[in-house]
Design a protein around this ligand. Structure first.
Ligand code: GYE
Length: 335
């Protein structure tokens, strides 16, 4: 048995050595036009891609941080076409305006894989891997309904700090939550963008605290970083938030620091968006390379998080939703 194991290990090493010493021309070249570096979610997404598309794994990755600049993102894609990379990955900053540049990729014969946010005005890409943002918004809304009922809170006065305007993440989360709000007749006081950043969240919340003092009992932040900023602003204004306090604070992403704030009783519920798309993108690339059919849409699996007392039963589109209680182990296991 020992001998057999040794032989297997040797074979594995024999395969591994040439790959590790591979020349650039043996590597699969991938260009990745990333949105920017605005959030913890984004950091996890970038790391996931850099880990999977490493030289060790046989890739030559050209990574461009587009700093939330749509024009820079199109330029990055065009530079990948010039470099004649094998595959292009795009996380589109906004959902529209893509058909021309995707046509150029198509004409150059370079397959495009879209991750995370969607492209809504062109289908000239091989596959998309990401999340259902509308489902996230619906889940946050239906959770709020069930939780408010449990707590006997009859009137909901909601302030939203939205994500980058025109991104599919913002559009989906707003559409989903607002649909539920309209269904139950909640008062949607205001919705302003915090651009998915902590500084943006803080600025918007500072204005809200001044303009709507004493008039709101729900704050919805469309990502954790905005929630971090909003909490600073509420602390400074003397507004309390989290279970049992003045304001029900809802967030999206459920990154490690977000879950820590759920555990600490600050964020009331956090709706996950899973940033680890890269392994699924690699599967798509492998299939394309083998000439196999690929699925046009691949959805990430996500969870809804709260502390025990905030766990309630609710449905989205007729399907019962499970919630996860945030514990140290859960936080530890999160990206
Ligand atoms: O929620 C936010 C990030 O596109 C889903 O972008 C992503 C969003 C995420 O900046 O934190």
């Amino acid at each position: 048995m020992k001998k057999v194991l040794g032989a297997i290990m040797l074979t594995a090493m024999a395969v591994a050595i040439p790959a590790a010493a591979a020349h650039a021309e043996d590597l699969i070249s991938v260009g990745f036009a990333q949105v920017g570096h605005e959030s913890d979610w984004r950091t996890a997404s970038t790391k996931s891609c850099q880990d999977v598309f490493s030289e060790e794994n046989g890739y030559d990755l050209s990574f461009v941080d587009c700093d939330n600049d749509e024009a820079a993102q199109k330029e990055a894609v065009r530079s990948f076409i010039e470099q004649d990379v094998d595959y292009i990955i795009i996380d589109p900053i906004i959902a529209t305006g893509w058909d021309t540049v995707l046509t150029e990729c198509d004409e150059a014969g370079i397959p495009v894989i879209v991750i995370d946010r969607t492209i809504d005005d062109s289908d000239k890409y091989a596959a998309w891997v990401g999340s259902n943002f509308k489902t996230e918004g619906l889940a946050a809304g239906e959770w709020l309904k069930a939780y408010a009922d449990k707590m006997g809170i009859e009137e909901l006065n909601v302030l939203t700090i939205s994500g980058s305007t025109g991104s599919s993440a913002q559009i989906g989360r707003s559409d989903g939550f607002n649909e539920v709000a309209e269904k139950y007749g909640w008062n949607l006081i205001d919705e302003q963008t915090g651009d998915f950043t902590e500084a943006g969240g803080q600025e918007v919340m500072e204005n809200y605290c001044k303009s709507y003092e004493g008039q709101f009992n729900v704050v919805v932040c469309q990502n954790d970083n905005e929630a971090f900023g909003a909490m600073t602003a509420m602390d400074n204004a003397g507004v309390t938030y989290g279970p049992g306090n003045d304001v029900i604070l809802i967030s999206y992403d459920a990154c490690t620091a977000g879950l820590e704030d759920v555990k600490a009783g600050k964020i009331t519920a956090d709706f996950e968006c899973n940033p680890l798309a890269a392994p699924f993108v690699e599967e798509v690339i492998n299939k394309l390379a083998a000439g196999e059919e690929v699925e046009k849409e691949v959805y990430m699996v996500e969870h809804w998080y709260a502390l025990e007392d905030q766990i309630v039963e609710f449905e989205v589109d007729g399907a019962a939703q499970e919630m996860t209680v945030v514990t140290d182990e859960v936080i530890e296991a999160q990206y």
